[in-house]
Unconditional design. Sequence first.
Length: 543
Amino acid sequence: MSSSASTATSTVFVADISILVEEGVSELVSTEGIPNGSEIMIPVPVVFEIENLARAGKEIGHVALEELSNLSELEKDGSIRLRFEGERPRGMPSRSDIDDAARDIAKREGATLLTSDKIQDSLARAFGIRTLLFSQGKRRSLSFENYFSDGKTMSLHFREGSRLFAKKGTPAKTELVFVGDTVLSSDEVNAVAREVIENVERNPDAFIELDFKGATIVQYEDYRITIARPPFSDGMEVTIIRPITKLSLSDYNLDPKLLERLEHHAEGIILAGSPGAGKTTFAQALAEFYYSKNKIVKTMESPRDLQVRKEITQYSPLEGDMVKTSEVLLLARPDYTIYDELRKTSDFEIFADMRLAGVGMIGVVHASRPIDAIQRFISRLELGVIPQVVDTVIFLKGGRIEKVFEQLMTVKVPTGMTESDLTRPVIEVRDFFTGKLEFDIFTFGEETTIMPVKSAGGGKARVFDERELSKTRSLVQREIVRLTRARDEDVKVSMESPTKAIAMLPDNIVPRLIGKRGSTITRLEKKLGVHIDVVPESGSEEY
């Protein structure tokens, strides 16, 4: 705690919104930073803003409400006198208007302004107002940190109506373990959330990443904290995640051939795998590796949770828009940028734009198979551009590299076809280590086909009739449009084989095709004799 004066000479104080959010007034009273019996004035516009924040489901609003309740209790026991001053504003005042109201009241009443905002403190003193700047100089330990002291805890899960449980282990092997004996109440989970929010402003290595109605995401040093409350969730919940593994590239014992490619040739890298496969850990290792090679490395994240050295700048969406972030990065010209993670169509387009502009790109993508990572780019980009954007796909499972693909563009008759007039541009997807061709990707008419290249008896490739594939694709497309009542252009179907299709749909249409417990898609697959993989456009794995 610090003040513009050595001691508080006034017994009349005005609290602004910043100090209420940190529950700093009640702390100052308890530590005698504010003399016993002092009068604390709360500007009505400040109360109005706290109400709006709480009704909007913002966590800081609930914390500030709790502080008002604390001050009310302090008034009851005679520690302070509480007064609300000013008029309810018309319309929706800005933060500047609310801070201005607090300064006006302090100046008019000859009171000391209580704030934790350094800009507010400087402005008030410029106007000749006494101030008391509240700050927490020493880092405060948070109660949940004790649970992570065993070095094995990956995440903690506080949820009302449930016992506290944790995920322990490593990316390769995890287990859920109950670490509490009692069922948590809503108040107990709320207390954890309040403790986090109170300490964000006091810690220079902490910040609120996202704040929506019912959901708040906080990066607190190494911890990523997600707070969810009704109506967004069906109960109060706090999830705290801390990476327990930070590896260097040398820890992966990479094949020298792959290491040489990463250092000298790979500039459009996709890290793919299912949730918990170790993609983020490997991305961190890559970032450190490129930095060690005298490369300028940046990251694009929402939320920011990569654990990288201070020399690697981490960017979030600028004014909520990753396009604006990419424009800044293109001007800064980093050698490599980590994009964590690619989900929506706009993410893939930004990744491609930056790569084609000459920036080395590493993207993180959720995928259950290596080829699915490439599939995410199809229909979002022109087919011929994809090998220029993505040259290397690294698929991780259990924290280790399971598969590496490289892509090459060539002109040939697709594998399995026999007629020479079918020659066309083809993307060959090959196993990086063996050189074995595993997939051909090509267009036929307006359709895109991903052709798995598998050896049958005698070592001959399986032969698929291309016209039959096109006919089946059109049938699948027509039936999906009919069932979902979607526009034809919103449904993108590609064929992996005569009996396997991939359908990419807008997220809001996916549930119509899946049906209750998968009933609709199951009936359609039986009717057509075709297995259909459904891929939401956003890349979400919810379905």
